[in-house]
Design a binder for this molecule. Structure first.
Ligand SMILES: *Cc1c(COP(=O)(O)O)cnc(C)c1O
Length: 441
């Protein structure tokens, strides 16, 4: 692993090794490293002892402490975690000796609430002048970040692909207070992500708006996501399952990377299987060792429509770009739309379980493992509530999906957004107008 001179506290370096090391809160504020790389902790910590099994917020305090060692945020860490992780994340036993880790009970019914709420709490605790959180979203990130920052002092600017999100997702991206600006980009998710990256490597623009990131590249989102893997693995360990394996719906690789980081920390996590949709760059990389990012294709699991997962850089860094080492304990499988549909239909008929299209990719991978004779106690990670995707799910199960209360309340709020072309000049213009508008109010 990359060696750095180690000071008192945990330091964060860029995956591209072109920037001086920063502290946790500096890395969290900066979002992306100045050389375009992603922040990684160096040296990567390891836990001397496991935390006691318990709820995710309690487990996370011990888990995250080394990552904030020596940082101004260290003292506030437990409070931030208690407030951010204030909803249940149940591990539900299923009939076939598998488990479902339900990560969809937060304010916007997707796992991204965890990272977004931690990030918002951490930024509140930093008490710096208002920043602008710039987010590219393929569906759920923007809503979760907007919900987490709604009415806070910091500002949020969301870029989403105008034609790439469902009606409900779009509402969740556009129903917020004045400190949130929602931009419908005439392009796909990778265009949105490229614009955000371009804005970050434009120092004057970055400075003018105090830009910061909340994408899954932000360590403020990645780090807290380790907590539910740790809580689940420790709870299962207590029940006699030595090392639980996880099957994780994967797009930009933020959620799964947290599982890999938790395992690297030393937690009792076994094999990890990445379930992708028909965007197959990660399974292909594991098969061939050749990394060939490309334009994404649209699928039913649209929050995973990613052709160039940015966290790949962190994954390769973690394994020193050694694919053979990477394959040890890590697999990936692509699930196409037909299989997603089949899984949603079959699961509902067999057990009454209703999957969202993303979670269905993981469930389909488990079904494949079971039919190949694998009897291991897998944990299927359910990343969103099916009620967010009624257009896809309801025709398949031939019935309604019950809507959770928090989702129903969001739908009652008015929606507003602006359209924009996928060019940096338009983003600059939108940012300028937004900050003038906020200054006047
Ligand atoms: C974002 C998202 C994913 C993919 O997570 P990554 O961290 O991008 O791999 C999967 N499912 C849902 C519902 C999501 O919103």
């Amino acid at each position: 692993m990359n060696a750095v001179i180690h000071g008192d506290g945990m330091q964060y370096v860029s995956t591209r090794a072109g920037t001086p090391p920063l502290s946790a809160s500096q890395a969290l504020s900066a979002g992306l490293a100045a050389d375009g790389g992603l922040f990684v902790p160096a040296p990567f910590p390891s836990l001397a002892d496991w935390p006691e099994a318990g709820p995710a917020n309690a487990v996370a305090g011990t888990l995250l402490a080394p990552f904030f060692h020596g940082d101004p945020l260290a003292g506030a860490l437990q409070d931030i975690l208690d407030q951010a992780l204030d909803f249940p994340m149940p591990l539900v036993p299923e009939a076939d000796d598998s488990y479902t880790l339900e990560l969809f009970h937060g304010p916007t019914c997707a796992f991204k609430d965890v990272g977004a709420r931690f990030l918002a709490g951490a930024m509140d605790a930093m008490q710096s002048p208002p920043r602008t959180v710039l987010v590219a979203t393929s569906g759920d990130t923007g809503g979760a970040v907007a919900a987490a920052f709604d009415g806070h002092r910091d500002r949020v600017v969301i870029l989403f692909p105008a034609a790439g999100v469902s009606a409900i997702q779009k509402h969740q991206l556009t129903c917020w207070s004045d400190n949130v600006l929602s931009l419908a980009v005439d392009g796909d998710f990778d265009d949105c992500q490229r614009l955000v990256k371009q804005a970050f490597v434009d120092p004057p623009l970055r400075r003018r708006h105090r830009l910061t990131s909340a994408n899954s590249i932000s360590i403020g989102r990645l780090l807290p996501q380790m907590s539910y893997y740790a809580a689940a693995a420790l709870s299962l360990h207590q029940q006699g399952i030595e090392r639980a394996g996880f099957i994780i719906p994967t797009g930009n690789l933020g959620n799964a990377l947290a599982a890999l980081w938790a395992r690297r920390l030393g937690l009792p996590i076994g094999d990890i299987v990445l379930a992708t949709n028909d965007n197959r760059v990660i399974p292909e990389y594991l098969d061939t060792g050749v990394w060939s990012p490309r334009k994404p294709t649209s699928t039913l699991a649209n929050a995973m429509d990613v052709g160039n997962p940015s966290n790949m850089e962190r994954l390769r860094w973690l394994y020193d770009d050694d694919v053979a080492a990477l394959r040890h304990g890590l697999a990936a499988r692509a699930v196409d739309d037909a299989e997603i549909e089949r899984e949603i239909r079959t699961a509902q008929q067999d057990s009454g379980r209703i999957w969202c299209p993303h979670s269905a990719t993981a469930a389909a991978v488990l079904r494949g493992l079971r039919s190949a004779g694998n009897r291991a106690p897998w944990v299927v990670v359910a990343t969103a509530h099916p009620a967010k995707f009624p257009d896809i799910v309801e025709p398949l199960i031939e019935g309604p999906v019950p809507i959770p209360g928090q989702l129903a309340r969001l739908m009652d709020r008015p929606s507003r957004y602006r359209n924009m072309a996928p060019v940096l000049a338009d983003l600059e213009q939108a940012l300028a107008t937004f900050s003038e508008h906020l200054a006047l109010n």
